[in-house]
Design a binder for this molecule. Structure first.
Ligand code: URA
Length: 189
């Protein structure tokens, strides 16, 4: 068993917070375990909880369609969430739930060693980039931490609710494409 399988096994057994009581499945993550690009969402929704896979509901479909535009499919990135179990009713994950779960994401990041991290939405950006991250003002801006280039996109569920934000999201997508071409030698797009 490799380190990824061991970590996934631990995560699937986790009962570190109360979300374990209401989940159907733990949603560990999906995609290439040697990818150069890591996408981080907030937490599983209803479809993700039912299927055990991240971003497979309506927001996930929109995200996949957007990423396909720049030639990215799940063989070219890894995708996971800040919390691995669904917050009931899709509420924001509580600080205590994020704190209980963040170790899994840290270990996933250590195993993957991505060159680029894209936070999907405000919650992930506040946890990963900086606590006072303002998604409306700072989406699409690039930050560097320990040699890793990171940015945040609008969460795709926001783009479903408010299509007027899609042109800005498209600019962010083009900026990601440029960054990948500049930094990622194993990701042909
Ligand atoms: N929204 C998220 O933040 N993550 C998912 O996996 C699905 C929807």
């Amino acid at each position: 068993m490799d380190n990824w399988d061991q970590l996934q096994g631990e995560c699937l057994q986790c009962r570190n917070c109360a979300l374990a009581d209401t989940r159907t499945h733990v949603v560990f993550g999906d995609g290439a375990r040697d990818a150069e690009i890591l996408f981080i969402g907030e937490g599983p929704g209803q479809q993700e909880d039912l299927q055990g896979l991240p971003f497979v509901g309506p927001a996930g479909q929109l995200l996949s369609d957007m990423l396909e535009i720049i030639g990215l499919d799940r063989s070219k990135y890894y995708i996971t969430n800040i919390v691995k179990c669904r917050p009931p009713g899709n509420r924001d994950p509580l600080n205590v739930e994020q704190a209980a779960c963040i170790g899994f994401l840290r270990q996933q990041t250590a195993l993957l060693q991505p060159k680029i991290i894209v936070c999907l939405g405000r919650i992930a950006a506040m946890e990963i980039i900086k606590p006072d991250f303002k998604i409306t003002r700072e989406h699409g801006i690039w930050f560097t931490r320990g040699g890793v280039h990171m940015t945040a996109f609008y969460h795709p569920s926001v783009l479903l609710r408010d299509p007027s934000k899609r042109p800005e999201a498209f600019e962010d997508l083009k900026s990601l494409q440029k960054k990948i071409r500049a930094l990622c030698s194993h990701t042909a797009i």
